[in-house]
Ligand binder design. Structure first.
Ligand code: SAM
Length: 298
């Protein structure tokens, strides 16, 4: 058998001993505020990368690389990896860790030191996938921000709190279906991609984690530009989720009567609650209100 043209670079993933060694070297005491629970289990890293289907053509963006557990696995599988880390000590150490554990991959890593929520589209060139063990306190806003500003991201595989994973992947009609579910499904097909126990982290969190995969819609009937009309409607519908849509959207449209007219024009029963509507219903409502009654536009 011939040797492959581009043999995968040798990468040594981080286990418990290396994670502790790095933390000691940096004097890092993981903080809850920044959701710092570091993965110290190479099998979990491989599982995440496998579930994301990362290939040699991918430019992966990772939010919160921490000590580099996932980053090293990503560098093994992807063409390029760009990471965004808010903690300066961790961001500063990462190139040294890559030089230590994956020297041949060092020039394929870009580190951006900042709050991921402040990331601007011009900072990262055409990422194709987002893979991250997201900081729990900002997981949903950060995920939605990256989906919004990088239309080139076609696949997402994120680890989040199990409860958040369930919410993101919930279907209309379920009790936990809400704003994150609709907004994530505006961008793509969302599904749970497995559960992760506590023991793979240092320190161990007191909650379970879950994997979520999002595959961006290829042929949706809407486009990113519709978001500014759709998302305010979604926020309004779930702000008072026990109310009928007629009542919940009264403020948005100016009156309950106007809300009822818009809902009826979109073929939606005004007596329903928001939790019954799929993203396509919200898009239709936003489009009908904008087309047929410009005064509804906000
Ligand atoms: N990826 C690493 C791993 O799996 O071991 C670390 C994951 S840890 C759950 C979350 C990481 O996100 C930490 O490194 C933390 O410093 C970083 N972080 C927290 N808030 C952030 C933010 N707003 N922007 C960028 N990084 C953030």
């Amino acid at each position: 058998m011939n040797a492959p043209d581009n043999p995968a670079p040798a990468v040594e993933l981080l286990g418990p001993a290396e994670i502790r060694q790095l933390a000691d070297k940096l004097g890092v005491t993981p903080t809850k505020k920044l959701g710092q629970n570091f993965v110290h289990d190479p099998n979990t890293v491989r599982r995440i990368i496998g579930a994301a289907d990362i290939g040699a053509e991918d430019h992966v963006v990772e939010i919160g690389p921490g000590l580099g557990s996932l980053t090293l696995g990503l560098l093994e599988a992807a063409h390029k990896v760009t990471v965004v880390e808010i903690d300066e000590r961790l961001a500063g150490e990462l190139p040294r860790t890559v030089a230590w554990r994956a020297p041949a991959a060092a020039d394929r890593l870009t580190v951006i030191t900042q709050d991921a929520l402040q990331t601007r589209p011009e900072q990262i060139e055409a990422p194709t996938a987002l893979v991250a063990n997201l900081p729990y306190n900002v997981s949903v806003p950060v995920l939605l921000h990256f989906l919004a500003i990088f239309p080139t991201i076609t696949r997402v595989l994120v680890m989040v709190q199990a409860e958040v994973a369930d919410r993101l992947a919930a279907e209309p009609g379920s009790k936990i279906y809400g704003v994150p579910s609709v907004k994530a499904s505006f961008y793509g097909d969302v599904r749970r991609a497995g559960s992760i126990g506590r023991h793979v982290f240092w320190p161990e969190p007191n909650i379970e984690s879950g994997l979520v995969r999002i595959d961006r819609h290829r042929d949706a009937e809407w486009n990113l530009g519709d978001r500014d009309r759709v998302f305010p409607l979604v926020d309004a519908a779930f702000a008072q989720r026990r109310k009928t849509l007629r009542a919940a959207l009264a403020g948005h449209y100016g009156s309950a009567q106007a809300a009822e007219e818009a809902l009826t024009a979109a073929g939606i029963d005004p007596k329903l609650r928001g939790e019954k509507l799929g993203v396509a219903d919200f898009v239709r409502l936003a489009t009908v209100s904008a087309d047929s009654a410009p005064e509804y536009r906000r």
